[in-house]
Design a protein around this ligand. Sequence first.
Ligand code: N01
Length: 542
Amino acid sequence: TVNAAKTPTAANPPTTVDVVVVGAGFAGLYALHKLRGEGLTVRVFEAGDGVGGVWYWNRYPGARCDVESVDYSYSFDEDLQREWDWSEKYATQPEILRYVNHVADRFDLRRDIEFGTRVTDVVLDEPAMRWEIRTEAGDVLSARFCVLAVGPLSNANVPAIEGLESFEGGLYHTAHWPHEGIDFTGMRVGVIGTGSSGIQTIPRIAEQAAQLHVFQRTPNYSVPAGNVPLGDADRAEQKANYTERRRLSMAGGGGSPHEPHPKSALEVSEEERRAAYEKRWQLGGVLFSKTFPDQLLTIEANDTARLFWEDKVRVVIDDPEVADLLIPKDHPIGTKRICTDDKYFQTFNRENVKLVDLRAAPIERIDSAGVHTTDKHYALDALVLATGFDAMTGSVEKMNIVGRGGRTLNQEWAEGPKTYLGLGIAGFPNLFNLTGPGSPSVLANMVLHSELHVNWVAGAIGYLDAHGAVALEARRDAVADWVEECADRAAATLMLHANSWHVGANIPGKPRVFMPFVGGFGVYGEIIAEVAAAGYKGFDVI
Ligand code: N01
């Protein structure tokens, strides 16, 4: 365990380090590696018993990344990226977890990580300009910098459904899946939720369960994932072009090397448009929602994609009434994270699968034996919650983070998250929030995004030290401008048309604010680099 003073006193001061990192997912692990390499002392706290963050927790059957494995991997070490072999175009959760564990071993990261330890308090000692970090285990550390690498999709949302705790069958959340797995053979299973997690796991559970009821409140757009195994020749080709691939990814809109069609969806002929959609459809994956550059900008352009999608999906669903229920009507395609699947819609053709339309008859309560909707009782042996996350702010707001003048982060963010560049928060000097609100975050490849952020933080710390400065603190006017810029950029797209977790719509009472920076990963990278080059413009260097 950490050699920390459990009850610090003047005679027994807390352990001091340069940096505390919260979280040992992709971002936290690289933060440890990078900052340790800069000669800083770093301590990482991780709630899980192993590395990997979302890939540690989300072990549900069918869990797989929707960014290509060759791109969804660290770029910081040439030998690592040359030596690691991915077996599939889109890696499964177990393979990603093996990769992250390999990285942790390869760079000897575990010795500075405290597993199974949740951070509870992050409190600024203003006169000393240091952060006091406390954990559930009673550790107390004093750090000059605190890096929050808690992940935007890490705080599982368990819906407040009456009687949920009284259910006597197996109750599982996709984001807290048992390590030993679950055998649903012969069981009557219910799944609540049809987002990315539900859509990935429903076909796999349907293969096992005797009977599966899918409780759907809102249908979602999903495209075939298009996963394929990778052979030696594929890998050799990918690796031969890795440098260029990474360059394009860093400059691209979503942190991957793919470009949209050069013209507007409305500028091209019907034939050319269909051919472009068909090409992306055959390729599979989330890029379908970015086939044309204006697809997420105007309803007219978006409709062309939506109608193409609808034609493709209707033909694979046998029952037209079921198809009607599975086709979204409430938001433009791509304004919620488009889902990717392996025969999701076809699953509803199975005899043992039934779609329950919660719009027609909502869930009233859950009892020991199953789910009561307003018109029926469904007897179940197991219930799976694929109900998502209190995204982007949930895990940060769970900690007691106290900045200048005793003001808490939750007070600061009461009307929605307020950051400068996503990285800095006014009143919270030397606290850096990685891949959260105000940054491209979930709209980009999170691995490269984590590297971008960590490199920026390392640069900022180096700058402070080189200038004999103590702290970096976002200025209030810079925060206000950035919040406005993020809102304006979002308002210029169709993204506000969806009741998505991006705007907090899935959590009752959460302020409705579009949280990510929608201007593109490459653009964002240029902005934060310019700010640094201009002596951290918009920050006070103290
Ligand atoms: O969560 P979600 P997710 N009663 O919030 C429903 C990433 N991810 O875990 O829309 C009934 O999208 C809710 O219904 P509604 C990816 O970025 C990626 O699936 O609120 N239903 C919705 O259907 C993704 O976007 C991958 O009406 C309730 C579902 O639960 C993000 O994580 C895989 C309910 C939640 O969907 C989150 O995805 C998995 C209630 N009380 C996740 N409460 C890949 O890389 C909620 N719902 C492929």
